[in-house]
Design a protein. Structure first.
Length: 150
């Protein structure tokens, strides 16, 4: 084949360090726009983004030219630096070290977009921890409970 053709759709989840509730409603739209700009600059457009005060969900179309780990390192580092410029409330802002990422097929895009859009309502009934456990089970990802939350 003369060219490389890909469709790499990825659902990504990560939280603030220690799941501290630091993302204020009045700032989240700007944060999400900034994060989508970082992803766009890496040729990995953000198809959906939303979250709560302590975590974020993204659906991206990942570029074939960057490893997911490198992409997320840049995304988290740059957005963390940026949000610290938003005022004193964010001076101690950090993202957690790790993340969860799940590949999805094209048929899963619209349901996942709805799921991401509904995060605040969803988390009135379910904790971040329970949500992540359920997703890890759904995607058959093995994990050790002793290390997942640190």
């Amino acid at each position: 084949m003369a060219q490389t053709l890909t469709s790499l759709l990825v659902h990504i989840i990560f939280s603030t360090k220690d799941r501290v509730k630091l993302i204020h409603n009045e700032d989240e739209e700007e944060l999400y726009k900034y994060m989508c700009g970082i992803l766009r600059n890496h040729d990995s457009p953000c198809l959906a983004i939303n979250g709560t005060e302590d975590h974020v969900h993204l659906l991206i179309s990942q570029s074939k030219n960057i490893a997911l780990a490198d992409l997320l390192e840049d995304l988290k580092k740059d957005s963390s630096k940026w949000i610290k410029t938003m005022g004193r409330d964010y001076r101690d802002f950090y993202w957690q070290g790790g993340y969860a990422a799940f590949s999805i097929g094209e048929s899963g895009v619209e349901p996942l977009k709805r799921y991401i859009a509904n995060q605040k309502e969803h988390h009135k009934k379910r904790t971040f921890q329970d949500e992540l456990r359920a997703l890890l089970k759904k995607y058959k990802v093995e994990y050790d409970e002793r290390y997942i939350w640190t």
